[in-house]
Design a protein around this ligand. Sequence first.
Ligand SMILES: [Zn+2]
Length: 817
Amino acid sequence: MQFAKLDDSPMFRKQLHALEESAEALRERCQRFYKGCRKYTDGLGEAYDGDIAFANALETFGGGHDDPISVAVGGPVMTRFTIALREIGTYKEVLRSQVEHMLNDRLTQFVSTDLQDVKELRKRFDKASLHYDQVREKFLSLKKDAKPEIVVGFEEDLRNAKSQFEQTRFNLMTALSNIEAKKKFEFLEAVSGSMDAHLRYFKQGYELLHQMEPYIHQVLTYAQQSRERANSEQVLLADRMQEYRRQMERDNQRSFSSNDVTPAGDGIQAAARSSHKMIEAVMQSTPRGKVQTIKQGYILKRSSNLRGDWKRRFFVLDSRGMLYYYRKQWGKPTDDKTIAHHTVNLLTSTIKVDAEQSDLRFCFRIISPSKTLTLQAENAIDRMDWMDKITGVIASLLNNQIPEQRPYRSPMGLHQRTGSETSTLSASSEYDGSEDTVASRAHPSGSRRDHNPRRGPKPQERPVDILQRVPGNGVCADCGASDPDWASLNLGILLCIECSGVHRNLSVQISKVRSLTLDVRVWEPSVLGYFLSVGNTYANTIWEELLPPDSRAAEDAGVRGSIDERNGSLRDVRVKPKPNDPIAIKEKFIHAKYVEKRFVRKLKVQSGAPPMARQIWDAVSSNKLQLVLRLLITGDANANTTFEQAMGASESSRSPLVSLAGALSRKGSVSQSTRSNWSGPLLPTSQTPSRPRSAASSPLRGYDLLEGPSSNEAAIADTKDLQGCNLLHIACQIGDLSLVELLLQHGAQIEATDSLGRTPLHHCVLKGKNLCAKLLLTRGSKPRAPDITGKTPLEIAVEKGASADEELFYMLSEPNR
Ligand SMILES: [Zn+2]
């Protein structure tokens, strides 16, 4: 109990002084303590940031549910752990704020208010004390003869000064005793409150993790099992490698001891016969749909080009009786589509030892009616083994002709023989010599190829890399987000993942969404070619032509800043969204753009201009892919426009030859002599100076695309018969995969027939457009559809000796088509 007596006395003053000193010492102590507390709470805050960063990193690393790496490292498990870690982070944040409040805030309060008060009050007390001393001194120095009114005045002063003095003295006492009192509970409360917060923090953390405990153990057990499995697989692999090495040593010894012998000895033939039985057994016993490899390995193959150079190729002989080789080694993981096969029809082949025009050792040949493969094994034993096994397979095939197992592979494979599709493409048709890949083939758009026929990406590029280089494709067509890796197949544009989600909700007639990286099978050369010819920039010149040009300027000027972004309905739909805009805004814009076609400038056919049917016919005939696309969208042109529709009566007055053509087509039968006249203005060749389309009245004069010659016109200049043909027939005659793809994407009927009952597939086969034929077959065209004379595409191919392209032949003859 402080202040046993309340009188002012030296003892009292001493006690006061002692208490003040103790308060001052406490202040210093508090400040040091506060520093420590501050450090601790700051640390907790940083730890929380660390927790969240860790959780985020874990989520990014393995929390995905559909990307393969995440799934491999246990995506769903990681997600669950991520959630728990975030929760623990939250507990930590709660702890920090409690310590902050209970400890730090109270300490601050104590130092800055309670202890500060003592100092203030001491100053006032000193002042009052001094004043009291002075007044008292004056009072006491009054003489005895002082006037009574002066004495009264001094007494009054003295009373006041004393009262003031006592007041400040008590105030100081109160403040000091307050501190003495607070010492006893303030810190205990603050610290034990913080300890309690810690208790709750650990309790919550424990409960959370305790609940997860069985799960964590389950995962650990699973990981342990996986580790054991992996270990035994490793051991197995090491064993197999050991065995392989031993086998190789044995083979080496054998091959060097026997050197270059011909497999003609009796013993060898006997061995061959027995192995033939084994091969036949393998081929018979392998269940349908499954394939066993009979032999595989590297063989040198001589190119059939003039250089006749040798290339090392990986050959596979399998239980279906297929012999095929891979064009090149691929470093990246692949599937059937990305490795091209070249099959050899063993059924009609014979095998001969040694090579013509070569004095190299270990050679042999596989001779079929269409071509001869000249091969060189790496040693004599290997040659003997290959020849033996291939012979065995041939024998087995001849014994059991199973037509439905005829080999055809990767119908639109990336590296298959190109045939003679168009003049430029045929330049690279020697498939041994050229190392062309997808893109240079898939570059068939007329305008592009005119400029740089061989321009194309490097080999082994992924579709996403190839397509992102097309003008405008570096950003999403709808919101401008960078590096889009989704696409709309029919629109020919690239999209970010968010916009692709919006597109997916539109009907497939409007947009067909595919992934550039995940849907690898979609990206056939024809599709790539179509995309390379369109691109986001060009597509948006159509789809966003009427978009106010200042929509971007408006953004920059902050016009949008005044609009409530959370409420998409307030946003002007005529402003192109930004990557970070809410999805509702993108949705509205995309809907207006593609469903309502609000920014498309509708093409009105003006009087005197060719009708829409004629315009699109001409665009297809001259292989102007971009123009075709524009007419389909802006003019609602029909993808199934026929020759008759294109050359309707309105055109008759424009050109005598055209009207002749129109008349002929209406009559229904054309004599051979009149047909030959058609190569004039109707389908102008590059030598024809006047082109009906360049008439001054053409409403399309503004488009550059119409100007300049097109190399593709020549391709159909010798067309003999156009009656009943539609756009797809013409595209097939031209043989441009991209153009065919464009028409198919826009609803062209694949089985439409011309007046002779011929489908587009008939036209492809007749014209030798093998790649187009394969494209149509993969899209469901029927190889057995008869024309009016009863001829099917298959029969035409047989007549034409289409075995030059075995793959096409097999596709045509497959019974399920
Ligand atoms: Zn987007």
